[in-house]
Design a protein around this ligand. Structure first.
Ligand code: NAP
Length: 289
């Protein structure tokens, strides 16, 4: 895997900070693309607990680590450890990518653009649709900020009401469009889902190892729903499986993962990776597991 690295120059290091980290496909994706382009870069996943996150950013500066991805659960708290934040990431309130420019750390959010590109490639149009987003964490925030302008109505459903209410009221204030917050309850799904066109799961429910869980009982799904589950491991979550059985249009998180990763890769290296190679490599890895 690393025989493309050169001995004569210091290798450029890119990290992934998350907790837990085992589920991530990002190291496989970036390392195969670095090797394919003959770039002297290596991508390393590091399990960082919330208490150690500040020190992790200090290490990035001290070791001249060229960049990083930030994943669950650090996307929001990481904002306070960088020197500059892109306007979109500031609006979203979460970063998933940083670039180190001579000790100056810049934070961006490529989840939003990655998700939009995945939906566009799948020919799923958000325009004028009633959208329900499950979750109010880093990924949900990115999706909500990037989908709200096109949506007819947006409903945020989250387990903890403080996080959900905060996101809904921020969106209402920023985009002058009423966004509802609802608590994670079967009654809510029963009452509101019939009027929803696009359901997006941006929670961790159904992600490995909890593959037997779905955020919504099958009984509340209907065939006119388009279901976008941004989880990519497993490739087909229980929600996706049950939605397919009902006849819903279904999209998983793999393409979003690839597109957000490609945007980060291009920002770090100024090179365009081979998307087909990345997809094939990730699929092989997921099927082998
Ligand atoms: P996060 O910031 O930790 O947020 C997790 C969300 O899940 C929160 O809204 C949390 O609700 C909710 N949640 C967790 N356990 C729950 C439970 N038992 N019942 C109800 N709600 C629960 O994580 P994130 O970064 O937003 O990531 C969320 C998911 O998206 C992960 O599965 C991640 O792998 C996936 N993701 C995929 C991509 C991609 O490219 N495909 C990109 C980013 C993220 P509370 O607020 O109540 O805790």
């Amino acid at each position: 895997m690393f025989d493309h690295l050169k001995n004569s120059t210091p290798t450029n290091i890119i990290c992934l900070f998350g907790h837990p980290i085992e589920h991530s496909m990002s190291p496989i994706m970036h390392n195969v693309a670095f090797k394919d382009l003959g770039l002297d870069y290596v991508y390393i996943a590091i399990d960082i607990t919330p208490n150690s996150l500040k020190q992790a950013f200090e290490v990035v500066r001290a070791l001249d680590i060229k960049g990083a991805n930030i994943t669950v659960p650090h996307k929001e708290t990481s904002l306070k450890f960088v020197d500059e934040i892109s306007p979109l990431a500031r609006r979203i309130g979460a970063i998933n990518t940083i670039k180190n420019e001579k000790g100056w750390l810049i934070g961006r959010n490529t989840d939003a653009s990655g998700a939009k590109k995945a939906l566009k490639e799948a020919d799923i149009d958000l325009n004028g649709k009633n959208i329900m987003i499950l979750g109010a964490g880093g990924a949900a925030r990115a999706l909500a900020h990037s989908f709200i302008e096109e949506a007819n109505n947006l409903v945020i459903v989250n387990r903890s009401s403080n996080r959900g209410k905060r996101l809904a009221s921020e969106l209402t204030g920023a985009y002058h469009k009423k966004v509802l917050y609802k608590k994670f309850k079967n009654k809510i799904f029963e009452n509101i889902l019939p009027s929803i066109d696009i359901l997006i799961n941006a929670t961790t429910i159904g992600m490995l190892p909890n593959i037997h869980l779905s955020p919504i009982p099958k009984i509340f799904l209907h065939e006119d729903l388009t279901v976008f589950d941004i989880i990519y491991n497993p490739l087909e979550t229980l929600l996706m499986k049950e939605a397919s059985e009902i006849g819903c249009r279904v999209l998983g998180g793999l393409d979003m993962l690839i597109f957000q990763g490609v945007l980060s890769f291009e920002w770090w290296t100024n090179k365009i990776p081979n998307i087909e190679l990345i997809k094939k490599t990730i699929l092989n890895e997921l099927v082998m597991k």
